[in-house]
Design a protein around this ligand. Structure first.
Ligand code: FE2
Ligand code: FE2
Length: 297
């Protein structure tokens, strides 16, 4: 069986930040706007993001997963630019998106990002009139992609995420029903273990409990802007949870430079095999190269 290739990128925080109208600069946005001009604009490079997307295309993935934080302070102009960027990645059938906390930066505008990006977050079988519903399910090759949303507006200085009981109930049902016959990939913006209290997934314990009982084959997340691999408890074996740096991160910034993950999934001898490689910026090579490769499953 030929392998199915899934690319994973996250947290583009697309640059440049459009100039907000005075009426748009209120509440948490003021802090975000100042933070962009003091810090983030020096670290987030559209040129890096564009080069990374060009490199992804050379790898011809069967599908692309994007785990949130497309924008910075939730401006309507950012949502429109992010929609164009999603289109540059591929058609909605070939790209699956879950939102991040920056996409829900402002309570008033979050529904409008959903409207702009809905095609990339719609589950199989949902018609075009269907409104946003998480978690969504998409079957692509041997994969069942499960897209959960942890994007909730939070007060200034907080970057937490929350699934909520309705999503947890559906996740429990879906993961129990799809065990044994699919390669289940959970897409979620927040990692399930947080280093910082103000950036945590508030109901991570409930999701970890569901995963312990019903498992998943792979979890993809963003939010931390760094290379990471965690192993979580599952019913039969440990579950790999993989993070990735920001798609736009310039070299020499606070976090790891821009990179993306590639997973090659195949069913061999009655078992799943998943090989993971990371491609990203290497200062030594002054360009994009393979940074690591290993067998995950
Ligand atoms: Fe982020
Ligand atoms: Fe985030």
């Amino acid at each position: 069986m030929t392998a199915f290739t899934l690319a994973h990128l996250s947290d583009p925080h697309l640059a440049p930040l459009p100039q907000p109208k005075p009426s748009e600069l209120f509440g948490k946005r003021v802090l975000g706007y100042l933070n962009w001009h003091r810090n983030r604009k020096h670290r987030q490079s559209r040129a890096f993001a564009d080069a990374l997307v060009t490199d992804i295309k050379t790898q011809h993935p069967d599908h692309i997963a994007v785990t949130g934080d497309l924008v910075n302070i939730g401006l309507d102009t950012e949502f429109a630019a992010a929609r164009d960027w999603l289109r540059s990645l591929g058609q909605p059938h070939d790209v699956s998106l879950v939102p991040g906390n920056h996409d829900a930066y402002v309570r008033e505008t979050y529904p409008r990002c959903a409207a702009q990006w809905l095609d990339y977050m719609r589950g199989d079988g949902a018609d075009t009139q269907t409104q946003l519903a998480f978690p969504y399910l998409r079957k692509r090759g041997p994969l069942v992609l499960i897209g959960a949303s942890t994007a909730v507006p939070t007060p200034p200085f907080m970057a937490t995420g929350t699934l909520g009981q309705p999503q947890l109930a559906v996740l429990e049902r879906v993961l129990s029903q799809t065990a044994n016959n699919s390669f289940r990939v959970l897409l979620i913006h927040h990692p399930l273990r947080a280093k910082h209290w103000h950036k945590r997934l508030t109901d991570a314990a409930a999701l970890l409990d569901i995963l312990r009982r019903y498992g998943a084959e792979l979890i993809l997340h963003g939010h931390d802007h760094k290379h990471s691999l965690m192993w979580l408890d599952g019913p039969a074996r440990q579950i790999p949870a993989v993070g990735v740096p920001s798609t736009s991160a310039a070299i020499g910034g606070k976090h790891d430079a821009a990179a993306y993950n590639l997973f090659r999934v195949a069913h061999e001898s009655d078992a799943w095999r998943c090989d993971w490689s990371v491609r990203g910026y290497s200062e030594a090579r002054d360009g994009i190269t393979e940074l690591r490769t290993q067998r995950l499953i």
